[in-house]
Design a protein around this ligand. Structure first.
Ligand SMILES: *Cc1c(COP(=O)(O)O)cnc(C)c1O
Length: 412
């Protein structure tokens, strides 16, 4: 194989159909950001938009803004926009709460839709909050629910007559492995179970068609590839066919049929709105809307094609320049990989710290994984080149082994 050159990367950037999107973000000089899968970058339009919401809508129009500026309908309107990114219909998605809280709400509702079945099935390598939430719910429901985790490869075979709901994350946060959403959804349906997909590392990074795959339930994250900002509200999806049957566990007033009737008895809203709970975080939603609008301008097939080109180039450059240093944790087949590449090394934490000191920002996932995320709207091929060049420098001189790079911080 011929070696990849810097000129190749620059040529790929010149030919990039998505290149213009990078200017729509405010990226700091001297930083190569490869962690958009954990916290998306700041869109240039976010600060002016949030400022306008603060100064005009909140500051001047005060409480009138709930009607005048449509604050009250924002969870549904923004949900309808996200629906277009994930292959859902209007009225099937709302923006609300965090991924964790939405998992709780949907798992509880799913158990209610499958009386007589008590198992929540997941894979051992699922994201911790997903597992924790299911554990807590199972404890709360005592003998009416049971959390069962199996190895990733055993998921399909473990779906049985006692399975109420299968909970999976489409792109594994650690390995970047892309689960077969369509096949596993079909399998769950054949077993009579519901399926709940966590799209935290998928929404905005790859084309999705939830309705074509007949997905029942889903949750997703606002602050990763949707660039909604730190702690942005999350979203949830409920297929239309389930909505009227679904009994919410968190029966807050925003999920009531008539919140402003101030009725003392709870009655669920007719559609997806019944999964709202409390007052929507308007400022966070305003910021998220800017990120979602940007994603809506991009063609997701092009986003996916560029994501594959970036991850392929990254893997090839690591093999070219750092042979023997790392184990490739992510699947080599790009069709089985999300928009990240994970490498394993026993000194992974220190290597990531050494890269950050050089202005290259990936992240570290315990126990030994260096995780490089590629956000196609703003990551360039030359960024990949720079990242691997610095990675080689950090490895060659054992620069990572300096004491300051071993010091542990709370967020890795
Ligand atoms: C990022 C992420 C979450 C985040 O959950 P929050 O409650 O929003 O903090 C959940 N699940 C997965 C798979 C994630 O990657």
């Amino acid at each position: 194989m011929t070696a990849i050159t810097r000129a190749d990367c620059l040529a790929a950037d010149r030919a990039d159909a998505l290149a213009a999107f990078r200017r729509r973000f405010r990226l700091p000089r001297g930083v190569t950001y490869l962690d958009g899968n954990s916290l998306g970058a700041l869109p240039a339009a976010t600060a002016p938009r949030v400022r306008a919401v603060i100064e005009t809508e909140w500051g001047r129009d005060l409480i009138r803004s709930w009607n005048r500026h449509g604050w009250v309908t924002l969870p549904g309107r923004l949900g309808d926009k996200i629906a277009r990114l994930i292959g859902a219909a209007p009225g099937e998605v709302v923006v609300t709460d965090s991924v964790s809280v939405n998992l709780f709400k949907l798992l509880a509702a799913a158990l209610g839709l499958r009386p007589g079945r008590r198992v929540i099935l997941s894979d051992r390598s699922n994201f911790p909050t997903d597992l924790y939430i299911a554990q807590g719910l199972a404890r709360l429901l005592d003998d009416r629910a049971e959390m069962r985790v199996v190895e990733e490869a055993e998921i399909a075979a473990s779906m049985g007559t006692d399975t109420a709901v299968v909970m999976l994350t489409q792109v594994d946060y650690r390995s970047g492995r892309l689960h077969d959403l369509t096949g596993l959804t079909r399998r769950a349906r054949a077993a009579g179970a519901l399926i709940l997909w966590d799209l935290a590392h998928s929404a905005g990074a790859l084309p999705l068609d939830l309705n074509k795959a007949d997905v029942d339930l889903a949750v997703g994250c606002g602050y990763k590839y949707l660039n909604g900002g730190p702690g942005a509200p999350a979203f949830l999806f409920v297929a239309r066919r389930h909505q009227a049957l679904l009994a919410p566990a968190l029966t807050g007033w925003f999920g009531h049929a008539e919140p402003f009737a101030f009725d003392s008895k709870y009655r669920p809203a007719p559609g997806i709105a019944r999964l709202l709970c409390g007052t929507p975080p308007v400022l966070g939603m305003a910021a998220l809307e800017v990120g979602v609008d940007l994603s809506l301008e991009a063609d997701l097939a092009s986003v996916r094609a560029k994501s594959i080109a970036l991850t392929e180039r990254f893997i090839a450059l690591v093999e070219q320049w750092c042979p023997g240093h790392f184990d490739l944790v992510s699947p080599r087949d790009p069709d089985q990989r999300g928009s990240q590449v994970s490498l394993a090394h026993p000194a992974g934490y220190a290597i990531v710290q050494a890269l950050i000191a050089r202005g290259i920002i990936p992240d570290f996932r315990a126990p030994d994984i260096l995780r490089f995320g590629f956000a196609p709207l703003y990551t360039r091929h030359i960024d990949v080149w720079n990242a691997v060049r610095h990675l080689r420098a950090v490895m060659d001189g054992n620069e990572w082994d300096r004491p300051e790079h071993h010091r542990r911080q709370m967020v890795t």
